[in-house]
Design a binder for this molecule. Structure first.
Ligand SMILES: Nc1ncnc2c1ncn2[C@@H]1O[C@H](COP(=O)(O)OP(=O)(O)OP(=O)(O)O)[C@@H](O)[C@H]1O
Length: 642
């Protein structure tokens, strides 16, 4: 084992950084790989590869199977999140049988460094598992050269965060938000990501911090990480967008606007007024003026000597902002957003997406409540949603489940069962914008098309996934809405009035463990559309049938006559009853009258999108047993908690 480190390195070891400035010189050394043995390690522009010494000459076989082929032999820099020098210590001998003479057959002490990366789980590719390769050499300098060289390569990886603001909800899910954060802290510290951690003390705490943090301070972070559920993410998203997203209210049909104007407290926007993100009013549609400003006006205040001074002006924070991303470490009760954006409900997978600087754009819906109850005056209040906004059944379940928060995630099953048994239907009027595009002549009336042609089965649906073609077709301006980017003739309002068991607007597929394909299996993360699902009053048994389809892998919950499905960028809603509760990303939102529109890719997430192709290939197997566990009738009702 005596070896002089100077002899075994090829490349300019005296200056590893210099090798990176010009043409790259591959670095190569003979080192020991823990649990394997002596290897020739090579570093090139893409990553690291290693080969057992004399591998080709003397390959171990057992019953004709190459034993060494099971050992990983390379890793790309894009899959490496940290390289650490770990000083003098044990390198273990090979654990392979018949290791042969080139493998270290015994333990030995030497200087070591570790390469931390990940690999995709063989059974669920969206699930990322940690990998650690420990290399050793008796010469300290050799190890240091390798560490410097590999860290120089990692520094060239673009988009990796250095500073993050982290919010932890200790009450999330089963109340273990902080414990979950602790399990992923080592990933952040190894990757040398600085974190400012805020453990929330109460509901609304994170919203207040996000809303009051200056843009200057926010600009010092590469993003915000939330450790919690969908409701917690929603709170942080709203705090972030509250004063930073500048946009007019959603478009609405003229009679909707009239109903607001008749109240005497609201006026139509002057069509000549220029406002960010809107075009002039289109036929049969009116735009509503937005009194919102960016909240950064200079503040005049009196100083001690009574002179008037002006506080500094906080710089603008651009939204959308591709550099600034959100990360979600799942700790909630449903975690639909994380499942749709990383494909897995796994804190480590999320942490890896964050430190590796992955990026995916996410549509956000702006939901404006105009009236809280039938008698209240018009008072616009804006809420943003990342996954789902629902009324009727969805509003009732969230209201009921809040009474049983102590039950943890099971409260949704219990509340869902209770609300299902009540079978309440609500009188309402919904208007949605029907948009014609080249690929789908009238997206808004899709249900009628589906009646005329057989519904595509699940394998034919264009499901959103990593590098999704639909989502990566960039609109002219990111953060825009289809309501403004399409010419007036391409849009028209359609209405649906009647008794509904539920009205739901899914911005993403809303996949979760109880609804494995989500409510809308082929919804996309950033196509600029939401899916309006209207469930008309129907017999109890039919509704149960819809819910069981929702809870089933490969089910078709929208393929019923009592279900209307409209893909649209905007809709309005007016309750014709007294009580009216919405569920926005799992949080209660009382609204008698509201309008909503989608902003395409308004925020970016540390995520890649799910690895869906193989996910769907598993359909033949019972994936529910992997992701959903045993199904009970209660969990069928709980599946509506999107
Ligand atoms: N320290 C706290 N104490 C009580 N409530 C809190 C605290 N911090 C945050 N909250 C509130 O808890 C609510 C729910 O949080 P979260 O979404 O993390 O969990 P969940 O409801 O169990 O999960 P999911 O939204 O996925 O169903 C949020 O609306 C948030 O405002």
């Amino acid at each position: 084992m005596e070896r002089d480190g100077d002899d075994c390195i090829s490349g300019d070891k005296s200056n590893p950084h210099a090798q990176f400035n010009g043409e790259e010189t591959p670095l190569s050394s003979t080192l020991y790989l823990d649990q394997v043995g002596e290897v020739v390690l090579t570093c090139n522009s893409d990553g690291l590869s290693w080969k057992c010494v004399e591998h080709n000459k003397d390959e171990s076989t057992c019953l004709g199977i190459k034993l060494l082929s099971k050992i990983a032999t390379d890793i790309k820099f894009s899959d490496v999140y940290a390289v650490e020098f770990i000083n003098y210590g044990m390198i273990h001998g090979s654990n392979l049988p018949n290791a042969g003479r080139y493998l270290l057959g015994h333990n030995s002490e030497m200087y070591r460094f570790t390469v931390h990366g990940f690999q995709r789980s063989k059974t669920l590719p969206s699930l990322w598992v940690l990998t650690v390769y420990t290399f050793g050499h008796e010469d300290l300098q050799t190890c240091q050269i390798w560490v410097n060289r590999l860290n120089a390569s990692l520094n060239l990886e673009v988009g990796r965060p250095k500073n993050l603001l982290v919010f932890v909800n200790p009450k999330s899910g089963k109340g273990n938000g902080y414990r979950i954060w602790e399990t992923v802290v080592p990933v952040f510290s190894r990757a040398k990501v600085n974190t400012k951690v805020i453990v929330t003390q109460r509901a609304g705490h994170a919203f207040d911090v996000m809303a009051s943090t200056s843009n200057m301070e926010l600009n010092s972070y590469d993003g915000v990480v939330t450790v919690g559920g969908d409701g917690f993410f929603n709170e942080i998203l709203n705090g972030f967008l509250k004063s930073r997203h500048k946009a007019s209210y959603p478009p609405a049909p003229s009679d909707f606007v009239c109903s607001l104007e008749c109240n005497g407290s609201f006026t139509l926007q002057d069509p000549h007024e220029t406002s960010t993100g809107t075009s002039s009013p289109i036929e049969n549609e009116s735009l509503l003026s937005s009194p919102r400003h960016n909240g950064k006006e200079p503040t005049n205040f009196r100083t001690e000597d009574d002179s008037c001074s002006t506080a500094y002006e906080d710089p603008d924070f651009l939204v959308p902002n591709e550099q600034f991303r959100f990360g979600i470490i799942p700790a909630g009760s449903t975690d639909a957003i994380v499942m749709c954006t990383t494909g897995a409900r796994d804190p480590l997978t999320s942490a890896l997406h964050i430190v590796l600087g992955k990026r995916v754009c996410l549509d956000i819906a702006q939901v404006v409540r105009w009236r809280t109850t039938s008698t209240s005056k018009v008072e616009p209040s804006v809420r943003y949603a990342a996954s789902f906004a629902g009324y009727g059944f969805y509003g009732d379940v969230i209201t009921e489940s809040e009474k049983f928060r102590w039950m943890g995630p099971r409260r949704y099953d219990y509340a869902g069962t209770k609300v299902f048994l009540k079978h309440s239907a609500y009188q309402a009027e919904v208007a949605y914008l029907e948009v014609k595009t080249e690929s789908t002549p009238e997206i808004g009336s899709r249900v009628n098309l589906l009646r005329a042609f057989p519904k595509p089965n699940i394998s034919e649906r264009v499901v959103c996934r990593v590098n999704c073609n639909i989502c990566s077709t960039k609109p002219s301006t990111c953060g825009s809405t289809a309501t403004t980017s399409l010419p007036p003739g391409e849009k028209r309002w359609q209405k649906s009035k009647g008794r509904f068991l539920s009205v739901g607007a899914a911005i993403i597929s809303c996949r979760n463990e109880k609804a494995p394909d989500g409510l809308v299996a082929d919804a996309h993360l950033s196509d600029g559309f939401l899916h309006l699902i209207l469930i008309k009053d129907c017999p109890h048994a039919f509704y149960l049938w819809h819910l069981t389809q929702l809870a089933r892998k490969g089910g078709n919950p929208l393929n019923f006559d009592f279900v209307e499905h409209h893909k649209t960028p905007a809709f309005t809603f007016t309750s014709l009853g007294k009580e009216s509760v919405w569920n926005v990303d799992g949080e209660i939102f009382k609204a008698h009258q509201l309008s909503a529109q989608v902003f395409r890719g308004l925020v970016s997430l540390f995520a890649t999108g799910p690895e869906v192709i193989r996910f769907i290939q598993f359909c033949g197997l019972d994936l529910q047993s992997t992701v959903g566990g045993r199904r009970t009738l209660g969990s069928v009702f709980g599946s509506t908690m999107l």
